[in-house]
Design a protein around this ligand. Structure first.
Ligand code: NAP
Ligand code: G4F
Length: 350
């Protein structure tokens, strides 16, 4: 039976990857940061499983990485740890760099020095492409493994440094290290400050407010014109695992191949509660616009399809419907407190 270490286990992807590996009989060591409040809500349902172990650690602490990896001697290490919010990276560039770039290098250096080297997965990002794209025969923009990178945020710069480090350690030291260039993937467990979840939570609050004959303040958003290639996280963690099962390590784009604007997501989400005039519930807040933006992401994951046999199962419409329906259920259970999240949203500045 295999053993895996997951950095970033408390995040959206960490929780789905843990479930996937446990279903394949892995022993999973999830590394999580000490927090003054509970940060394990996405994995609480796993903590009573015999093969799941939660251990304190942090990717910025090389001594801790060295000790843990040498004690556990895993077969596979997945680095999903990051300050992963693009907007926040403009406010906290140094922290973003330390966690997202330096953290990856810290793990690679420890693995390089190990006798039995585990296989390594780095959570790279489509944000690294920035404003770059390739053109297909229909003159449509897309990104694949050959598209140049031109990062547009401190987050993307840090991810690109980590991605290049992963490739360098593979080529220079022979590490089995893969970079998964994943396009946006969302889910019912998505962080509340990413745009898809922010919208699905608002739609759920609006639904319950209407049911109770109340009104709530408008939803504040930034750029509605940006286009993203949105898939479901459960599909994407399978691609991570598949990369580490191959004979040869490599980098892969993982995407659905379809792109939609933020406004199209908004429209589809409001349609779930039969509201067509969605813009009457939305305000554009200039504070939510970013100093620089990634205008259009649409991935071509043909290589992952050919070599890993990977393809996405959840399409855009199903993704939106699942997120809204989930939030309607949980916001319904919150009852009277449903409006509280609005106070938080109106204070959000990223
Ligand atoms: P997420 O929900 O924000 O999870 C990030 C994880 O990193 C959390 O578990 C967080 O712990 C942990 N973390 C933060 N700082 C850390 C540190 N110093 N040491 C150890 N762990 C730390 O992100 P996600 O959506 O699951 O994404 C997983 C990874 O894929 C991230 O690296 C992200 O940048 C990358 N990625 C995501 C997407 C996407 O669309 N979701 C696309 C491409 C790439 P806390 O819970 O304690 O904060
Ligand atoms: O949901 P977002 O914050 O995701 P973004 O910036 O695309 O980054 C996500 O995907 C990356 C992969 O491409 C990951 F690497 C990264 O870790 C993260 O998971 O924003 C999506 C779009 C942006 O264009 C943003 O400007 O939505 C726009 N947007 C408009 N209003 C907003 C808002 N984004 C947020 N977070 N909040 C808003 O109110």
């Amino acid at each position: 039976m295999k053993t895996a270490v997951i950095y970033g286990v408390t995040g959206q992807d960490g929780s789905y990857l843990s479930e996937l590996l446990l279903s394949k009989q892995y022993t999973v060591y999830g590394i999580h940061r000490r927090s003054s409040v509970n940060n394990t809500t996405r994995i609480n349902h796993l903590t009573n499983k015999k093969q799941f172990h939660l251990i304190q650690g942090d990717v910025t602490d090389s001594f801790n990485i060295y000790r843990l990896l040498n004690e556990i001697q895993p077969d596979e290490v997945y680095n999903l740890a990051a300050q992963s919010h693009v907007g926040t990276s403009f406010q906290q560039p140094e922290l973003t760099w330390n966690v997202t770039a330096q953290g990856c290098l810290n793990i690679l250096e420890v693995i390089r020095q190990m006798g039995n080297r585990p296989r390594f997965y780095q959570a790279s990002s489509s944000e690294m492409f920035g404003d770059q794209y390739s053109l297909n025969n229909n003159r449509e923009k897309y990104q694949d493994e050959r598209t140049p990178f031109n990062p547009q945020s401190p987050y993307a710069i840090a991810k690109l440094a980590a991605h290049h480090s992963t490739t360098l350690y593979r080529r220079s030291y022979g590490l089995f290290a893969c970079g998964g260039i994943l396009f946006n993937h969302e889910s019912e467990r998505r962080g509340e400050r990413f745009v898809t979840r922010k919208i699905s939570r608002y739609v759920a609050d609006l639904y319950w407010a209407t049911q109770r004959g109340r009104s709530i303040p408008n939803l504040k958003l930034g750029n509605l014109k940006a286009k993203r290639d949105w898939g479901h996280a459960e599909d994407y963690v399978e691609a991570m695992w598949l990369m580490l099962q191959r004979d040869i390590p490599d980098n892969y784009v993982v995407a659905t191949g379809e792109t939609y604007t933020v406004e199209e997501y908004l429209k589809t989400a409001f349609k779930c509660i039969n509201i067509i005039d969605y813009m009457s519930h939305v305000e554009i807040d200039d504070n939510l616009l970013r100093p620089s933006e990634v205008p259009c992401l649409m991935g071509d994951s043909s290589k992952a399809n050919r070599r890993l046999g990977w393809e996405p199962k959840v399409n855009f419409k199903t993704l939106v419907e699942r997120m809204v329906s989930h939030d309607i259920q949980i916001r319904g259970r919150c009852g009277e407190h449903a409006g509280d999240s609005e106070k938080f949203r109106s204070n959000e500045r990223t």
